[in-house]
Design a protein around this ligand. Structure first.
Ligand code: BDP
Length: 696
């Protein structure tokens, strides 16, 4: 071994030794607790029931020596994998229902909530993670390391013991919050994924996920028949193409008998699709759906479509899909992003929700923080998702919330589903930022029950993730009491989480601003971004439209008239500048700089105050976290502390960049009672082009 290599091994050894006993975040919300003895009786044995039993035996926090019964029994009041729970029994129609009941019971014990006798049914039948993982192991918009499933290099299709261990942990984490599906590859799909070697690896993954109730799905490239099948075309109405897909689907089911189905990004952002052959989205989706019919598989067809034309991007998906309503097979579900543009820190809901009445439609949320500070900024996203799910579409009268238009309660639909773009990767703590784990958790919890409150989910997550108390052990190993922990850690940390998304909106894009990032990294500010030769709808100028008169995108009848896609009375409310909610004002209106807002101050002043408030909030988060130090293990404390410092610096950059840039149009002073910018605009224009914006 040469000198250099010896040094490296020594350093690696030291790092290993130091981290050996540290809490590195890998155990997420499933921290090991000392269990009390419990007797478990079951009416059935299966791999899933065995997991349920073991979870109880390893995690029981109730009365010592209790007997708990797990019963499979047909019960009409329970849907799919719902369950009945009492402090000592769980009953369900399915094995998976039993497992979910067990996780519920253990969660209640660990969070010290009362366990009532109740029946609990899921809001959505399919609760699916979308992994944007590529065959080479990279993850599109992933900020937590490489793929859990795919690796770079010639051994990329090997399956090792450590792969299996990790997939098991992954499946368990999902099952513990009710997630029951995973799309294993990027929506910008490689056709390779459908070749034999890859499908065999998918089978290996499916075999590990199955006992935990996590079904596997794949994203496909629409032109696969010509790319890997040797056909001349991929026209969905061509007999050879139809045959090719039928055979492919059959082959998949031979390997994976409970395969979930396909997720398809077609005729979207340069991806091939039915429109390349003069066919519609319905032609494409139905052709695949027919192939799945004999196997009960489904097609999740994405509505994320827009092209570079003169039509407002926000209107295009609706225009494309509404006239196809009723033309899709009943095993097709249209997957729609929450907002009409693209996962921005705040968007109004996509007008497709509620507008498709004869076609099932599923929300797509983004758990990975592509537009909310990657895994650097602390953002608890449940409030964003709840705001969306609770939005009233008015499509079937007042109270037609997005949740109701998608969960099967308003429309007669065969499938109900919800998807979240995953934020997991090979990082030790799975998600890059410890607090980003809360979004994986929250997605599962909301998909299971969209009526849970933001507060409750945060409360559960903080307790499960950070509580140092072992309920089964009356001896408190900590040098603080439970009430100290609750007052000085739980409460402030929860509040920080609840405030975190709005803080990001404030320092990035308040009052309805959107998509003003620097270039394609979607991290730092770039309100100036608009190279002359770039596609217009990929520039910031397209979205904020700042000029000497004002700022904002006029989507009322005097502008793009995107508001026509919303139902009354919402449409009129949005059209009127006086009644349009201020938090989306610049989404719908081009507003004069001196326009008087509800608080009596000008739009410009309000903008400045919002940017400033966002920065101040993050400074407060830093204090909250620093004060939390005695209550949290050192590694997670230091990691979060350092990320908050970074976030604070970057929030300041956002504020300075946006205020200094927009000031060139408003020509108004930044209100004198807020902190002055600390950067020069010209410097920011250069430095924010770096990826990711970081002063480390
Ligand atoms: C955008 C992402 C891009 C995705 C695309 C999609 O920037 O990486 O491929 O969405 O959802 O937000 O298809």
């Amino acid at each position: 071994m040469n000198y250099f290599k010896r040094r490296v091994s020594l350093v690696l050894f030291l790092i290993f030794a130091l981290t050996l006993n540290a809490q590195n975040g890998h155990d997420i919300w499933l921290q090991n607790k000392k269990a009390k003895p419990v007797n478990v009786t079951t009416t059935k044995q299966s791999p899933t029931i065995d997991i349920a039993k073991n979870e109880l035996i390893n995690g029981w926090q109730g009365a010592e020596g209790s007997t708990i019964t797990l019963t499979i029994k047909k019960d009409k009041s329970l849907h799919t994998d719902g369950f009945k729970i009492t402090p000592t029994s769980i009953q369900a129609n399915t094995d998976l229902g039993i497992l979910y009941g067990v996780y519920e019971l253990l969660r209640k014990q660990q969070t010290e909530s009362t366990i009532k006798d109740e029946s609990i049914n899921p809001s959505y039948d399919r609760r699916v993670l979308n992994h944007w993982d590529n065959p080479n192991g990279s993850i599109e918009r992933g900020y937590a390391g490489k793929s859990l499933f795919w690796h770079f290099g010639k051994d990329s299709l090997d399956v090792t013991e450590s792969d299996i261990k990790l997939w098991k942990e992954y499946a368990r984490a999902n099952a513990s919050v009710g997630i029951n599906g995973a799309v294993l590859n990027n929506v910008n799909a490689s056709p390779m994924m459908l070749t034999q070697g890859y499908l065999e690896k998918v089978k290996a993954i499916a075999d590990v996920l199955r006992p935990y109730g996590v079904k596997t799905y794949l994203s496909i490239k629409f032109s696969s028949p010509s790319l890997i099948g040797g056909l001349k075309t991929s026209d969905p109405l061509d007999a050879e193409v139809i045959k090719w897909w039928n055979n492919k689907v059959k082959d998949i089911y031979k390997l994976i008998p409970d395969f979930g189905g396909f997720l398809v990004k077609a005729s979207s952002e340069g991806q091939p699709g039915p429109q390349d052959y003069g066919r519609t989205h319905a032609d494409g989706a139905n052709m695949l759906a027919d192939a799945f019919k004999p196997f009960n598989g489904i097609v999740m067809w994405r509505a994320f479509v827009y092209i570079a034309n003169d039509e407002d991007r926000a209107k295009q998906a609706y225009n494309e899909f509404v006239h196809l309503d009723g033309k899709f097979r009943d095993n097709v579900i249209i997957q729609v992003k929450n907002g009409p543009i693209d996962f921005q820190p705040r968007e109004p809901f996509s007008p497709l929700f509620g507008a498709l009445k004869k076609t099932a439609i599923m929300p797509e949320l983004q758990i990975t923080q592509e537009y909310l500070g990657h895994s650097i900024h602390l953002a608890y996203l449940a409030p964003m998702w709840k705001e969306f799910l609770d939005s009233d579409t008015y499509q079937e009268g007042k109270g037609s919330t997005v949740a109701k238009t998608t969960d099967g309660s308003l429309f007669d639909q065969k499938i109900s589903a919800i998807a979240g773009v995953a934020n997991t990767g090979l990082d030790n703590n799975w998600t890059g930022h410890t607090f980003a784990q809360s979004n994986w958790y929250a997605f599962g919890r909301l998909a299971w029950n969209h009526e849970l409150s933001n507060e409750q989910i945060a409360d559960e997550w903080v307790k499960l993730t950070f509580s140092p108390f072992d309920l089964s052990n009356s001896e408190n190993k900590t040098d603080f009491s439970k009430s100290d922990w609750s007052n000085n850690f739980l409460k402030p940390v929860k509040q920080m989480m609840l405030d975190s998304r709005e803080a990001i909106v404030d320092y990035m894009m308040p009052l309805g601003l959107h998509h003003i990032f620097s270039a394609n990294e979607h991290y730092g500010p770039g309100p100036w971004y608009g190279p002359a030769r770039a596609r217009k709808d990929w520039t910031s100028l397209y979205y904020h439209k700042a000029d000497s008169l004002g700022i904002g995108f006029d989507r009322t009848p005097t502008g793009s008239n995107a508001t026509i896609q919303y139902e009354e009375p919402l449409r009129s409310q949005l059209n009127n500048i006086e009644t349009c909610p201020e938090n989306v004002l610049l989404w719908f209106h081009h507003v004069p700089w001196d326009y008087k807002m509800k608080n009596g101050k000008s739009l410009w002043d309000n903008l400045a105050y919002r940017y400033d408030a966002g920065v101040k909030k993050v400074r407060e988060f830093q204090k909250i976290w620093d004060m939390a130090k005695p209550y949290v293990d050192n590694q997670r404390f230091v990691e979060v502390q350092s990320k908050l410092r970074n976030q604070s610096r970057n929030a300041q950059v956002w504020k300075d960049a946006c205020l200094l840039y927009f000031q060139e149009f408003s020509n108004m002073p930044i209100p004198y009672d807020i902190e002055r910018p600390m950067h020069d605009l010209e410097d920011l224009k250069i430095s924010t082009m770096k990826r990711p914006l970081d002063y480390k």
